[in-house]
Ligand binder design. Structure first.
Ligand code: MG
Length: 269
């Protein structure tokens, strides 16, 4: 008898629980909907769209003789301590000049930074050799290589036609510059480069292309170009997996006479 007497009470308990659960769900749904409304409401005060934290680091843009205070100075005109010969890793044989520049010493080979870099902002100044009157690719040819693999071309194209994806400020054999922004032969050019390194997965497949933006003497010449792979002289771009790499400057081995100065880099990763 007792068992049957308890059954209606148990049934009422279950129904009650179900109602509570149901009402809770409705309640939380209402709250969610209220939240959405708050999110979607157009701000009425300017403060609602202002963020104060975290405060930004302070950089003096000319804190190191013209280089930003948070940059790594790779060449300030006094020595080549940050550099080695690409072939063999020995000391750099390029010539450091009294005016704070260094000049490619012909046939001594490329030079590269001792440090390796991923994504960077890079500032380089370069000058073509006014005594070099060769034609096409032989006139003041050098180059700035990101991660030792991706060349931003250095060349004197003033009255010196060449293939456009090999002219100054091209991504060599991949992307001609948007415009030719050279200063007169023998004057100093600037390259301000923003490079985002390519990414590879554990199997060695490229999962994200590198990108490059170049300002040549302050003029946009490469606009977030998606790098296709290595910048080959002969053949198609290659995409072998790699990690960080050096910044390399080219000795084209044809008496280019190109000079460099004020080289600094800011790491972006
Ligand atoms: Mg070159």
């Amino acid at each position: 008898m007792k068992k049957y007497a308890l059954l209606p009470l148990f049934t009422i308990f279950l129904i009650s629980c179900g109602q509570t659960q149901e009402s809770k769900t409705e309640e939380s749904m209402e709250k969610e909907s209220e939240k959405e409304e708050v999110t979607q409401t157009e701000p009425t005060n300017p403060e609602e769209t202002e963020f104060w934290e975290p405060a930004r680091d302070i950089v003096n843009p000319t804190g190191q003789n013209g280089a930003p205070s948070d940059a790594i100075v790779l060449f300030d005109g006094t020595n080549t301590d940050e550099w080695i010969a690409t072939e063999g890793g020995g000391p750099v044989q390029w010539v450091v000049n009294d005016d704070g520049s260094m000049t490619v010493k012909d046939k001594t080979g490329d030079i590269q930074t001792k440090r390796n870099f991923g994504s960077v902002q890079l500032h380089v100044e370069w000058r073509s050799n006014p005594d070099n009157t060769a034609e096409n690719q032989a006139r003041s040819n050098s180059g700035v290589f990101l991660q030792g693999l991706y060349e931003v071309q250095v060349l004197d194209n003033n009255d010196n036609p060449t293939y456009i994806n090999g002219q100054a400020a091209s991504i060599y054999k991949q992307s001609p510059p948007l415009v030719q922004a050279l200063v007169p032969t023998g004057e100093w050019n600037t390259y301000d480069i923003i490079f985002h390194a390519p990414e590879f997965d554990a199997e060695g497949n490229k999962t994200k292309s590198g990108t490059i933006t170049v300002l040549h003497n302050g003029v946009l010449v490469q606009d977030h170009f998606e790098i296709q792979g290595t910048t080959e002289y002969i053949g198609w771009p290659k995409n072998d997996p790699h990690g960080k790499g050096p910044i390399k400057l080219q000795d084209h081995k044809d008496m280019s006479g190109v000079s460099y100065r004020n080289i600094w880099v800011r790491e972006l990763d």
